[in-house]
Design a protein around this ligand. Sequence first.
Ligand code: XMP
Length: 513
Amino acid sequence: MNEQILILDFGSQYTQVIARRIRECNVYSTIVRHDIPAAEIDALAPSGLILSGGPASVYAEDAPLPDPGIFKLGLPILGVCYGVQLFAQFLGGKVEPGLKREYGKGTLRVTSPACQLFQKLPGAFQVWNSHGDRLTRLPRGFVAVAKTENSEYAAIEDAQRRFCGLQFHPEVAHTPRGKGIIRNFVHRICGCGRTWTMRRYADEAIDAIRAQVGSERVILGLSGGVDSSVAAALLHRAIGDQLTCIFVNNGLLRAREAEVVREVFGRNFRMKLDYVDASAQFLTRLKGVVDPERKRKIIGRTFIEVFQGATRRAGQARFLAQGTLYPDVIESVPIGGNPAATIKSHHNVGGLPRKMKFQLVEPLKCLFKDEVRRLGKELGLPEEIVLRQPFPGPGLAVRILGEVTRQRLELLRKADSIVIEEMKRTGWYHRIWQSFAVLLPVRSVGVMGDERTYDFTIAIRAVESQDGMTADWVRLPHPLLERLAGRIINEVKGVNRCVFDITSKPPGTIEWE
Ligand code: XMP
């Protein structure tokens, strides 16, 4: 994979989105620290650089700054937002605090139609702004190529050095033509071809896996989720029977989950699959446990034990494969209160067996989730697997408040199946991040027919999110909510009330625990 664009991360919440947009143009891109030395960039030989946005002001004392040498590498550079201020700072322009923060939609008018950035785009279109400081004098060698109501310098360019800057964010959905700008930058200005495809990635990853593991054996913990499933399919294609997948049934799975995994991986793909039914062990240990953190600890510890037992049975394996994704490995520096990097460590259940003495194989670690799904399709995995919503490692235990029992699990499985079925039937399932049922084992009074009931409540949760860090509840249509509640109350014995969770994250979390 030789052609690539490097994105220097100055702390914008959108940095990963830029990387994804570039990859959608079939050009590989990686995110690097903002202060990466110019010599290191030179050694990587990228086709171009992007300076991301960021929350700081270039004049702030602790402003994150790049190595000034990056402007002398002869590479095309696109500065986005804060990136534009950096041009001004290093190449002789002027930035001043704006009187008010320019935030929200604006209309961009292209004043220099010959500019490569705007080829095949309309003369005016909507853009998304989010910046405080503004450029008041152009850096040397630059000219303005587009303006908005509030800014003469909404887009600037030094065509000779192939430097361009955008005050607005081309990567977000609120700039609907933004992808066209990014496409023009990578193909026209940086001269990249369309070399990044999942088919090509699969071929190269397979070669890399073979080179790494040789004739050794590899073990993989298969959860049935997208990441471990795609990793399994890729490894299986690379090394066949040298791979053993271990699937632990912890008794906390959704309906039919274990069957689907056995059917797809065992029967269809004919992988060596060690199916370990440890549900009794998990449920016994969870007996009487109410505290959410204790539940998690018990589940985590039991999983390690069971998994270790299975790895011993699988014989001498030198490697452990994991479906680690790119967002887990980006080396980010928290800048200006962007705490994203620190929140999620507790979710990485995949990291559990680290103390075992394996070498890691992580064939997905430069991919984003949507790329993993495309790769999965390329490798022949069914949609039921590759288009799955995320499901937490501790399973339904985090969706049953209070004690986890067999009866409660049964009840939640039924309600959850109804939610999945209806969400799929109406097309909502694939449009959103997650949708599921939560069991609140608190009794309330109801009437059904002529009878008084005294039963549990199901909460329905549906959230929209990019990465699980923040989330908003989904405004599901009332007829769908009505059908969900109607079916759950009618079909799930033991439930007489349904509520819909309208909490966003923060302040709520996605799971109730
Ligand atoms: P919360 O509840 O923290 O969840 O807002 C954020 C996202 O992470 C998922 N989640 C987990 N995933 N192991 C996982 O693999 C876990 O222990 C775990 N806990 C929460 C959750 O479903 C949501 O998508």
